[in-house]
Write a protein that binds this ligand. Structure first.
Ligand SMILES: Cc1cc2nc3c(=O)[nH]c(=O)nc-3n(C[C@H](O)[C@H](O)[C@H](O)COP(=O)(O)OP(=O)(O)OC[C@H]3O[C@@H](n4cnc5c(N)ncnc54)[C@H](O)[C@@H]3O)c2cc1C
Length: 536
């Protein structure tokens, strides 16, 4: 069963090996294992629902607890410490666009705030119940998950928006296709969620971000139904897909999505290349990205992330042998690992990998074959479970990400890590910070930093620590000319930083757009734009 206060299935445990634990203890100190609040106890805190009766609305406490929060660190703190101050008043599970329309009419009539709920994997507070006089209904889309149409000639597939990643891929695979969208949250996130948060999958270099995969959609808004038609390309004025992408549930509820699919690749390979230092590695990946070689993935870890991954991998002897070999080839302390993925016809894959390896070779890259890349592929959705095990050992793991142009990438990486470490230095606490470039473009790259630090066991204290680290790293992103999010979206946690990026005219344009579709301001208030903005 899905864990209510952490990541994934509660029968899956992925322990941190003893060496990795000692490594962490040596860097940031011994963790303080935490006792979690019991689900029963939290259910008892759920207040009486303020919702009028509706046949689709369920007000039972367990369902409301399960739909209260997402997966950000502050969400975890609230769930683990049992400190949830606001719950939705009910949950609805629509099965058709007609059900969604009926819920919108009900919400409009009774002035109820609606929070569309996909898979609940948001890491930026998209699902938070803000707490006001207005009752709140969570609309869980998971029952709208069918493949509704498959046009093989145009390579388009239409799904109910609540379809989860594995189900979507299984339905396509049965016909020989893939969407190729694999965010790390793939197992528990949904197509509708991907669209409205502008998600990016690990193999976006081949398949594109969700922006490129989205062909059309059906959205039920308080003002009526919006059908966004599919065209291979169009010069007919503004592109309505762009209004939906990144709308974070503020425009309406997406009920159907049509996506561009690709025939399943005949061949897929993941290779690993080590570089002696960051500068050589960054120059190599920039050249590869700008060379448009037809790869599916490039993922470059900095030295600390490389060391952390090797330690977490276990297999001491094998890693020891690998490190001796790398040392002989000039990659010692400071080495950085690059994973290279390629998918397609065998000849395409061979050609793309060969060209990439030629370029890495020109920048002192040492190719070590496919084993490490294949291991990464096998564990790519399992590694997330480490967040649970780290928590049990008394450590918090948080991530912050951005994207910026190539000339800013290295400074951005160093500034983000430093900002996170400085934020904790006031308490004399150490932060284990490391970074990778997760998505690479000709113009620049996403910069994705992870911060591991100790929990104190006190909710207020841990929340204040998170707030301080998040603010410091976000300020560093803005100061260094990055976007406040490359792939996680805005939600409530990034909303204060949006104006720095869009400008006041841009923000008021968004405000007016949402008001057009949602005149009463009932759709996911307080996310993306502060609540009062929409009502102006
Ligand atoms: C461990 C982990 C790893 C992650 N890795 C990645 C990654 O690699 N790439 C990436 O892009 N993101 C990643 N994320 C972030 C998250 O998975 C994405 O933001 C995802 O797109 C959210 O989808 P969801 O279905 O879970 O949406 P939810 O979290 O349920 O909702 C997110 C927002 O979308 C709205 N929404 C959801 N469905 C609909 C709908 N049908 N109509 C209207 N609004 C809707 C909600 O109201 C909310 O505002 C990760 C998160 C975690 C926890």
């Amino acid at each position: 069963m899905r864990r209510w206060n952490g990541w994934g299935d509660d029968s899956i445990h992925y322990a941190i090996n003893a060496d990795a634990l000692s490594f962490l203890q040596a860097r940031i100190g011994q963790g303080l294992p935490q006792a979690d609040a019991a689900l029963d106890h939290v259910c008892q805190q759920v207040p009486e629902s303020r919702l009028p009766v509706h046949p689709l609305v369920d007000t039972d406490a367990l369902g409301r607890v399960r739909h209260t929060l997402g997966q950000s660190l502050p969400d975890w703190l609230k769930m683990r410490f049992g400190k949830i101050s606001h719950f939705p008043d009910g949950v609805a599970y629509p099965e058709s666009a007609g059900d969604v329309r009926s819920l919108l009419d009900y919400a409009t009539l009774h002035n109820i705030a609606l929070i569309p709920y996909g898979g609940g994997t948001s890491v930026v507070g998209h699902l938070a119940v803000t707490g006001s006089e207005q009752p709140v209904l969570s609309v869980d889309m998971s029952r709208m998950s069918q493949l509704l149409n498959l046009d093989k000639e145009a390579q388009l597939a239409t799904f109910g928006a609540g379809v989860f990643g594995p189900d979507l891929e299984a339905q396509l695979r049965a016909h020989g296709y893939t969407l190729g969208h694999f965010p790390q949250s793939f197992e528990y996130s949904t197509l509708g969620g991907w669209v409205v948060t502008r998600s990016s999958g690990q193999q976006s270099l081949r398949y594109g971000r969700i922006e490129q995969l989205l062909a059309g959609a059906r959205v039920e808004t308080p003002a009526g139904r919006l059908d966004i038609q599919t065209f291979p390309a169009s010069a007919a004025g503004l592109d309505l897909r762009e209004m939906l992408l990144g709308s974070e549930g503020r425009m309406g509820i997406v009920t159907e999505v049509t996506v561009r699919i690709t025939a399943l690749p005949a061949c897929e390979e993941f290779h690993a290349v080590f570089f002696p230092d960051w500068d050589a590695a960054q120059t190599a990946v920039r050249s590869i990205a700008q060379g448009k070689l037809g790869l599916s993935m490039l993922r470059l870890s900095n030295a600390t992330e490389t060391l952390t991954s090797l330690t977490l991998a276990g297999h001491n002897k094998l890693i020891g042998l690998l490190e001796s070999y790398l040392r002989l080839r000039g990659c010692d302390e400071g080495k950085c690992v690059l994973l290279i993925g390629a998918s397609g016809e065998k000849s395409q894959v061979r050609h793309a990998v060969k060209s990439a390896l030629k370029m890495t070779g020109q920048h002192q890259g040492v190719h070590i074959g496919k084993t490490m890349g294949e291991k990464w592929k096998q564990g790519r959705f399992r590694n997330v479970y480490l967040r649970n095990s780290a928590w049990q050992q008394g450590y918090a793991i948080d991530t912050v990400e951005t994207a910026c142009d190539w000339p800013k990438v290295k400074t951005m990486m160093l500034s983000m890590e430093q900002a996170g470490q400085n934020a904790m230095a006031t308490e004399n606490e150490q932060v284990h910070a490391y970074t990778h470039l997760s998505h690479l473009y000709g113009q620049g790259a996403s910069v994705y930093s992870t911060f591991v630090y100790r929990l104190t066991g006190d909710y207020e204290h841990d929340y204040a620590r998170w707030r301080r680290l998040k603010s410091a790293v976000s300020a560093a992103i803005v100061a260094n000319g990055g976007t406040i999010s490359h792939q996680h979206g805005v939600g409530s946690d990034h909303a204060p930083y949006l104006e720095a990026e869009k400008g006041s005219l841009g923000i008021s344009g968004m405000r007016h757009l949402f008001k057009h579709f949602d005149p009463q301001g009932i759709m996911n208030p307080g996310k993306l734009l502060p609540v009062e903005d929409v009502k102006q």
